[in-house]
Design a protein around this ligand. Structure first.
Ligand SMILES: [Zn+2]
Length: 410
């Protein structure tokens, strides 16, 4: 670490959070030195959930401050345990995953013991497999512990689509059907808007998604005492890679983002993606499942062709459940057009999610057809030839030849 540079960098200082009501919403904003204020906004009917602490500001700005090597001073009151973690193990873990981050000092205007834990229990709701399987375990299941039973669904605009006006419009469009599903499920749907993404100009969403979402239960700490953070990866994937992929660290990070007043756990980390998908088979609301990553803003249902749609549909097919989800959730016709190529990919790839599908197929005695196997062998061969060609093309001895070819192309 360049200690001289860190010592000279000006601290990032925030003012105590201020509340403003307008247009049926309540906005909590904190002025931030030399940049835009950080704000979060919720519908006014949820104003009683809002905490008067500034813990959400600390969690929101910790990564940007570490990236820039600036000490962080939080205006208002911060919970003692969170401030302690932010100066110790939480920072250490973030630096292991992001070696370019700097060690910084985090302080606050005032420090207090945790508030009593509120009774509300929230989980993020995007309509995907992780969201629904969290609800299976902590809402629909008769075994759901009373103290962990979901009472609120959250949908946070914290940067998944960027922070332009178009991004906010896309968030609203994607949110509308989820609000209708929440009514069917019978849970309040808290839409949390924010300009948080503006404060991450040099850190990507995937690299910081856990921190961005963990700020929200603390913002709502007067009514929400626990967040089930729907885990996207099982325990077997958890490790520090030093590549900035924060979701690999979820299970280690969330205890350090908890206080006695607001706890966060990584839900369903004990299950594979296949197991989570299968947990939805008999859930009527799961016909609303939306796993699609097709970026078309006008899309209203799963495309049944993108890798996540294909993966989910193949899992259901192997289990013998695909018919249950067609045509309400997925289109079998669209799936069938790409299915053979996708199976060849699944049978040859190192992707852990594809490996899970292969293991599940073996477990249930699924027989891949001869044609599927032949295509897989061809795909593997093609990939091997491509890799070899790339390796040969990269040889220094071929540099003059590549230059000549490059000139000819011009
Ligand atoms: Zn799709």
């Amino acid at each position: 670490m360049d200690r001289t540079r860190v010592a000279r960098a000006e601290a990032m200082i925030t003012a105590p959070p201020r509340w403003e009501r307008a247009d049926g919403h309540i906005t909590i904003s904190s002025a931030v030195s030399d940049r835009a204020p950080l704000w979060f906004s919720v519908q006014e009917e949820f104003s009683d959930l809002l905490s008067d602490r500034a813990d959400h500001v600390l969690i929101s700005l910790l990564m940007p401050a570490m990236k820039e090597g600036r000490d962080l001073h939080i205006g208002g009151t911060v919970t003692d345990a969170l401030l302690h973690n932010a100066n110790t193990d939480l920072q250490a873990l973030l630096r292991m995953e992001n070696p370019e981050f700097h060690a910084i000092r985090v302080t606050a205007d005032s420090v207090a013991a945790p508030t009593p834990r509120a009774l509300g229990v929230a989980t993020g709701f995007s309509g995907g497999v992780d969201s629904f399987s969290t609800l299976v375990e902590y809402f629909w299941s008769v075994d759901a512990p009373r103290s962990l039973r979901v009472t609120h669904l959250l949908n946070n605009n914290v940067g998944a689509h960027g922070h332009s006006e178009a991004a906010t419009a896309l968030w609203r469009a994607r949110r509308a059907p989820l609000e209708r599903i929440a009514v069917e499920i019978g849970l309040p749907f808290v839409a949390v808007d924010s300009n948080l993404d503006e404060h991450y100009p040099r850190i990507g969403f995937v690299e910081s998604v856990t921190m961005r979402n963990a700020a929200v239960p603390h913002l709502l700490g007067a009514g929400i005492g626990h967040l089930h953070f729907a885990s996207s990866l099982p325990f077997s994937h958890v490790h520090v890679t030093g590549t900035g992929d924060i979701s690999l660290l979820d299970t280690m990070l969330v205890p350090m983002l908890s206080t006695a007043g607001v706890t966060i756990t990584s839900a369903n980390s004990g299950q594979t993606r296949v197991q989570k998908t299968l947990s939805l088979i008999d859930v009527p609301e799961a016909r609303h499942l939306d796993v699609c990553i097709d970026g078309d803003p006008t899309r209203t249902r799963n495309c049944s062709a993108c890798p996540k749609c294909m993966r989910t549909m193949l899992t259901l097919e192997v289990g013998g459940y695909l018919e249950k989800f067609c045509p309400d959730t997925f289109s079998y016709d669209r799936y069938s057009r790409r299915r053979n190529d996708f199976v060849a990919e699944v049978l040859t790839s190192d992707d852990p999610f594809h490996q899970e599908i292969r293991e599940y197929a073996a477990e249930v005695g699924w027989q891949w057809s001869t044609a599927d196997r032949v295509r897989a062998v061809r795909t593997a061969l093609k990939q091997r030839i491509l890799r070899a060609a790339r390796a040969i093309a990269g040889l220094p001895v071929l540099r003059p030849l590549r230059r000549v070819l490059g000139r000819l192309r011009r």
